[in-house]
Design a protein around this ligand. Sequence first.
Ligand code: GDP
Ligand code: SF4
Ligand code: MG
Length: 405
Amino acid sequence: MDTTPKGSRVHIALFGKRNAGKSSLINAITKQEVALVSPIAGTTTDPVYKAMEILPLGAVMFIDTAGLDDSGSLGEMRVKKSKAVLSKADVVLLVIDAKNGYDQLERMLLNDVQQRQLPVIAVFNKIDGCAETVWRENLRQFQAAYPNIPVVAVSALQKQNIDELLQKLISLEPQNKGQTIIGDLIAPEQIVLLVTPIDEAAPKGRLILPQVQVLRDILDHDAQAIVCQPQNLANTLTKLKNPPDLVITDSQAFGEVAAILPTDVPLTSFSILMARYKGDLALLTAGAKIIDTLKPHDKILIAEACTHHQQKDDIGTVKIPQLLAKRIGGPLDFAFVNGNQYPEDLSQYKLVIHCGGCMLNRQEMLYRLNSLANAQVPVVNYGVLLSALNNILDRAIAPLGLQQN
Ligand SMILES: Nc1nc2c(ncn2[C@@H]2O[C@H](COP(=O)(O)OP(=O)(O)O)[C@@H](O)[C@H]2O)c(=O)[nH]1
Ligand code: SF4
Ligand SMILES: [Mg+2]
């Protein structure tokens, strides 16, 4: 079974006019009939996500979009939905019918792509169906206009030059390539101690995703991991010849762990590491700073990326509002949104509190954070906010080379 988490896959988004061959190209690359191909223009409506393993690229997520030229009000909505995909794309494939070449619609998309500094490849498709002189001339015109964009001429139908396209994909640097959770904080042979309480909140029979991802990252970097529960921490430390090089704890146990651990041993939490991996820790830490400037009845927006099943004492709708009100010493005015719709007027909010974004990739989380930063609204996420409310943020960010004050 393939269980690479969605948020860790390289997201490859395909754009182009209707019938350019986007869906056929996904099928050609994956050597499977994963996308619906049809001669009827407008077959792909909502963006379609397909998780795949393709050698030698690894775990990817293809996003097949509707045509850029979809018309009518329904069509416009599809185009809007397609463009929203840009905020989560790591790499863009712009598919162009080789016979027709490109025009204003592709230019507009490329403007957006270049503004976001996304890596892009232009794929001239259907070279089997037109005279070589024609597609070569169209290709030449494109290259003259966009000398920095790699191009490749293919036939998705006849599986021509697909390997060349794959090579180009591999040579691109997706923006989050090389991003590691803790790889840059540890050296080979170092010992990392993970403290993970197995309490009622822990799922039965397994560890949670951030813990698994951290463990894997430690092994990927030739360091060693020891895992224990908070009540075994003191015993574990006495059995080690030297103190661990880094300790990572579940936030809930931070206080308990900090009390046992000598102050010169670097200590952080899984949620702080994930906040850095997924987003911009400096920005989130700056957002956390403003909590002590909040006054009763200030407006706060709590934004969740998806509609997960809410539990009793739900962190976003119950726990955080209660803790914040207690800290401020009076009620705050909370608004809640989920999905990717922020209210038009963000200026009324003193702070936006975003969920951890476990279902988002780094690209999309950064996009969301940056749009708030551009609107000059302070933003913090659940993990960083809870650390600040528990007064552990300073110690937790120190091993990551950040200081709050
Ligand atoms: N001759 C030729 N036809 C193609 C090629 N790629 C796609 N097509 C055809 O173009 C039509 C639209 O393809 P599709 O993949 O659905 O395009 P999309 O709308 O961009 O997703 C279908 O009839 C395909 O069979 C190609 O490389 N050569
Ligand atoms: S933290 Fe994850 S599950 Fe919760 S709202 Fe955000 S994306 Fe959804
Ligand atoms: Mg399609």
